[in-house]
Design a protein around this ligand. Sequence first.
Ligand SMILES: Cc1cc2nc3c(=O)[nH]c(=O)nc-3n(C[C@H](O)[C@H](O)[C@H](O)COP(=O)(O)OP(=O)(O)OC[C@H]3O[C@@H](n4cnc5c(N)ncnc54)[C@H](O)[C@@H]3O)c2cc1C
Length: 313
Amino acid sequence: MYDPVWKRPRSIEESIEALSETAGAGGPAAATAEGAGRERPTSDISGRAVHARPIAGGTDLAVRIASGIERPSTLVDLGRVEALRVFERKGHRVLVGATVTHGRLSDGDELRDGARVLRMACGRVGSPQIRARGTVGGNLVNASPAADAVAALVALDATVHVRLGDGTASDVPAREFITGPGTCALGSCDLLESVSFDLPGEGARSVYLKAGQRNALAIAIVSVAAVYLPGEGRVRLALGSVAPTPVRAEAAEALFGDRWPGPRGDDGLFGEVAERAAGSTCCIDDVRATASYRRRLTRVLTERALREVCRRS
Ligand SMILES: Cc1cc2nc3c(=O)[nH]c(=O)nc-3n(C[C@H](O)[C@H](O)[C@H](O)COP(=O)(O)OP(=O)(O)OC[C@H]3O[C@@H](n4cnc5c(N)ncnc54)[C@H](O)[C@@H]3O)c2cc1C
């Protein structure tokens, strides 16, 4: 029977310690120290050693454990670490702790205008039950190309704050944090501490559009996060579920260049930008949709997003 050791740290330092203890040279043997004599699984389905894993909401990890993909010998429960639950604004900077839930961000009204994109994205995750447990940190570390909050964070040009296993801090741009499907810039003893971003300035607007097979409990076939920054004369566009990681559509953004649309917008330009976004990013062809369907959908959603954020009503 799978019966992991549970550790319940109260601080970031204790969490790192718990992860490092069990992932060290002693590996699985060290992890069993608290439960000597108990049989502990020490490898995942493909035979790789798995020692300790942080667990936040458990909405991804519990599924992986139940299906035998992963069997960590130790689970480090982050639920009691208050420092990871911070959600605050300091001047123009917003800081979101790793264990802040999607529900907290989508149900609150703090994220508006230029930052609304994150509220909308979190509101499209799973169902109310999943949003009540699932966290922003878990969404990042799970590293799905379709992760809703991640596409929004990429469009907000967010920074991920990591505490490394040796206790030092490291910052990684959100757009570089996910390195491939299921992999991210985090070692097995590292902890994702928080994510932060600058509040888009005066007049900024943003939107998150997602198309799935259903409106609820559906993983994105395509998602588009758009942040309109009139002060900087540009729009940041991020796309989810079209490539191995959530991506910025920079080639498309560049088309705005000096052709910045007036208050009534420019349908021709929006169409061109959308076409470029689809053409330069879409490559996933899987059970949910073909690459060519994704390209069409990306074009439609991007154009819709641009109309919504760039036009003054
Ligand atoms: C029915 C269902 C529907 C879903 N629908 C969606 C959806 O529509 N959109 C979407 O984006 N996702 C969806 N998900 C996936 C999931 O809910 C999200 O990815 C969620 O944000 C994961 O957060 P969590 O706290 O539950 O992570 P957990 O399951 O606790 O952890 C996930 C991974 O992250 C690691 N981890 C967690 N926190 C940290 C940390 N602070 N530092 C280091 N590592 C950490 C864990 O070790 C684990 O490897 C769905 C899941 C289910 C079960």
